[in-house]
Design a protein around this ligand. Sequence first.
Ligand code: ATP
Ligand code: ATP
Ligand code: MG
Ligand code: MG
Ligand code: MG
Ligand code: MG
Length: 262
Amino acid sequence: GGSMAKSSYEYVRQFEADDTCLHNCWIVVRLDGRSFHRFVEQHNFTKPNDDRALQLMNKCAQTVMLELKDITIAYGQSDEYSFVFNKKTHWFKRRASKFMSHVVSQFAASYVFYWKDYFSDQPLLYPPGFDGRVILYPSNQNLMDYLKWRQADCHINNLYNTVFWALVHQGGLTKAQAQERLRGTLSSDKNEILFSEFNINYNNEPLMYRKGTILVWQKVNEIATKQINSEKEVKQTPSKVTSLHCDIIGQQFWKEHPEILD
Ligand code: ATP
Ligand code: ATP
Ligand code: MG
Ligand code: MG
Ligand code: MG
Ligand code: MG
C-alpha cells in the first residue's frame, strides 16, 4: 500500500528489460546438457544409447511438466528436451526469462535428485549443467515443424551413432577408422552396412532410440471433463503424463492428438 515507502534504490528496477513473449505464440523452451560429450564418458554411459540416462532425462521432463504450468507437450532425445507451453498461457505474464529459468533449474535439480534411482552403481562425479533457450512459433504449422525437426535430428544422429559404434564394438575399427568409413555415406549406405556386416535391421532397434520420447497428458474421459468444465472456459489438465516413442513426422500422430494444438 501507500504506507510502504519505496526506497531511493527502487529506480534500478527500470533497468529490467521487458521480455514478454508475443501473445498467441507457442512458447518453446529447449534445454541441452552442457559438454555432455565429456559427461557421458566420465560417467561410463553405454554407447550409442544408455537406457538409464534416457530414462532419467524422461523422469526429469515429467517432473518439469508436473511442477510447472501449461506445458502441452514435451519432446526429448540425447541430452536435450523441448517443452511447449500453450499459446494462451499467462504464466508469469509470459516473461521469457521466467519460463527458461524455471524449466532449466527444475530439470537440472531433478537430474541430480533422481540420479541414484537410475544409476545405482555409478556415482555422480560433478554437478551437470544445462543451457536453455526460448523460441516463439506463431503458427501450428511452425510448431509441428519444430518438433518434426527435432525428431528428424534424432533419427539422423541415431542412425550414424548406431553404425559408428557397431564398427567400433563389433567391427574392431578405431573411432578414427569408423569416422573415415562413414564419411560421405547416405542413410541407405548406413542401413546396408548395419544389415550386411552386422546383421542388424535398423528398423528393429528400440523405438526410444530411433524416435526419442514424446510426453503428453493422459487423455481423460471426455464426458466427465465437459461436465466439470461446462461453466468455465479453462481446460482441466489431466494429472498424468504419458510417454510415447512414436513417429511425429507423419500426420497420423497429429490427427490422433488434436488436443495438443487446441
Ligand atoms: P554442448 O555443451 O555444446 O551441448 P555437448 O558435448 O553436450 O556440448 P551435444 O551435441 O549436446 O554436445 O551432444 C551430446 C553428447 O552426449 C553426444 O555425444 C551424445 O551422443 C551423448 N549422449 C547424450 N545422451 C546419451 C545417452 N543416453 N547415451 C549415450 N550417449 C549420450
Ligand atoms: P516466488 O516463487 O515468487 O519467488 P517465494 O515464496 O519464493 O515466491 P520470495 O519473495 O522469493 O517468495 O520470498 C522467499 C521467502 O523465503 C521469504 O518468505 C523469505 O523470508 C524466505 N527465506 C528465504 N531465505 C530464508 C532463510 N535463509 N531463512 C528463512 N527464511 C528464508
Ligand atoms: Mg549442442
Ligand atoms: Mg549438449
Ligand atoms: Mg545435445
Ligand atoms: Mg522466491
